[in-house]
Design a protein around this ligand. Structure first.
Ligand code: UDP
Ligand code: MN
Length: 374
């Protein structure tokens, strides 16, 4: 009786031991699988009804998981066909119901203008006379040399980056790196970069950004190519594999939401941008695209509302010019490349057409001819 009692206890003890061992073995397989990598994963879009600016819904130009990239081409059109892009834009610049509820103020936008000492007089003066005068508080001019005359101009935010004044990849990436850091410091909701030969139509920029949330991952701009760029992957691997990604051309301007800009920090902040650019050996705007599309897997939202002088600006229909977000001027196939807008100043008086655009937008400006004023 006593012996059999001891035997039962032993069996019970052994059984509970076996049960515990089984539990210990089972626990790891009940855990959720570990992430393969520490890289940020793409977030699903919070607004499923989002249109890109060609009028294509939602998915945009997602870099597919298999490494292939799908570009939201308009039916029968190429991204560099301004006529096609405009048709899409005119219809979809403000997709119905896409406005977010919290209203955006111009003061929420950080506008970085990239310039260089030699263009202070020829290019910056025109900007400070025109659109920059309407957005003095939030426009920051990133240059590379001291200029007392420019400093004395009331209200301009001038940042001497101390970067080299050369037109080299290193010098331009140095400026972009400072632009990024200053934006992060500013606490503003949107980062927009433009060149010193861009006109920004501020109300349209505000309207465009208002249809997105700055807390989402948003990278808005215009590609200069009709295909993604390919580069050797030297950040995540040793350069033996290549990576394809879209980038927004800096000469047309681009915007990045604060939410996304913060995620770029490991590769962009405090000089890391220069290291990243050096690794992939590409210019500043390509490096931005690389960080966002290739490393963070956030697709560029292609827009036809931003313009550089790499496209034929004469092809922008006159009626649509004031509906755009950025304009530019420059040489195009050895000819003057400017938007076709008339009625205020002659080509001789206003070769870039920026003064004419400005007077059509703000006719009460004191230097605008009386006939454009109300
Ligand atoms: N730029 C610069 N350093 C230079 C030359 C140009 O920062 O040595 C800037 C210039 O102010 C402009 C941008 O780079 O904002 C593009 O320059 P540009 O329009 O002359 O050339 P693009 O590349 O458009 O032909
Ligand atoms: Mn240019």
């Amino acid at each position: 009786m006593h012996l059999s009692h001891v035997g039962t206890n032993k069996i019970c003890f052994l059984l509970s031991l076996a049960f515990c061992a089984l539990l210990v073995l089972l626990i790891p397989s009940l855990q959720p699988p570990q992430r393969q990598t520490d890289l940020p994963q793409p977030r699903p879009r919070a607004k499923p009804a989002r249109h890109d600016l060609y009028g294509n819904p939602g998915q945009g130009s997602h870099g597919a998981k298999d490494g292939s990239f799908i570009h939201p081409l308009p039916p029968g059109g190429r991204p560099q066909d301004p006529q096609r892009m405009l048709e899409g834009d005119a219809a979809h610049a403000n997709p119905p119901g896409s406005r977010s509820k919290d209203s955006l103020d111009l003061r929420d936008i950080f506008i970085a203008v990239k310039t260089t000492r030699k263009y202070h007089r020829s290019r910056l003066q025109l900007l400070s006379q025109t659109w920059v005068s309407k957005a003095k508080e939030q426009t920051f001019i990133f240059t590379d040399g001291e200029d007392k005359e420019l400093k004395q101009k009331a209200g301009l935010n001038i940042i001497n980056t101390n970067c080299s004044a050369a037109h080299t990849r290193q010098a331009l990436c140095c400026k972009m790196s400072v632009e990024y850091d200053k934006f992060i410091e500013s606490q503003k909701k949107w980062f927009c970069h433009v060149d010193d030969d861009n006109y920004v139509i501020l109300p349209n920029l505000l309207e465009l950004l208002s249809s997105y949330s700055h807390t989402q991952d948003v990278y808005l701009g215009r590609p200069s190519l009709d295909h993604p760029i390919e580069a050797a992957e030297r950040v995540k691997s040793d350069g033996s594999v290549s990576v394809k990604f879209w980038f927004a051309t800096g000469g047309a301007g681009f915007c990045i939401s604060r939410g996304l800009a913060l995620k770029m920090s490991p590769w962009a902040s405090l000089g890391n941008f220069i290291t990243t650019a050096e690794k992939i050996r590409l210019p500043d705007d390509c490096t931005v695209g690389y960080i966002i599309e290739a490393l963070l897997e956030v697709p560029l939202t292609h827009t036809g509302l931003f313009h550089s002088h790499l496209e034929n600006l004469q092809r922008l229909p006159t009626d649509n010019i004031l509906k755009q977000v950025t304009l530019s001027y420059g040489g195009f196939e050895n000819r003057r490349n400017v938007v076709s807008v008339g009625g205020v100043f002659s080509l001789a008086e206003d070769p870039s057409r920026f003064k004419t655009v400005h007077c059509l937008l703000y006719p009460d400006t004191e230097w605008c001819p009386r006939k454009t004023r109300h």
